[in-house]
Design a protein around this ligand. Structure first.
Ligand SMILES: [Zn+2]
Length: 87
């Protein structure tokens, strides 16, 4: 399950929010709202949401607990919600 999840998210070929195509060299980041890979433009918009700070704090706390319990090694997954990465 961890592999499946990681592959789905890190190698998404398009933004799940606006459907813009994303190449292997395009930076992407995970949404704190639904954990889907989104483009940097959508991330900027997400950060403007009034509840972003609260949601992101809750997300990171829960994410760290979940990944540690279920998969043992988070592999930086939770931090991909805050640091852009490439496929
Ligand atoms: Zn987008």
């Amino acid at each position: 399950m961890a592999d499946e999840w990681a592959e789905q998210l890190t190698c998404a070929t398009q933004c799940s929010r606006c459907d813009q195509k994303m190449g292997a060299d395009d930076q992407r980041i995970l949404s704190v709202y639904d954990h889907q890979a989104i483009c940097m433009q959508c991330k900027n918009e997400e950060e403007q949401r009034p509840d972003y700070e609260d949601v992101s704090k809750q997300m990171i706390g829960q994410c760290l607990i979940d990944t540690e319990m279920k998969w043992g090694d988070p592999q930086g997954y939770c931090y991909h919600h805050f640091y852009p990465f490439k496929c």
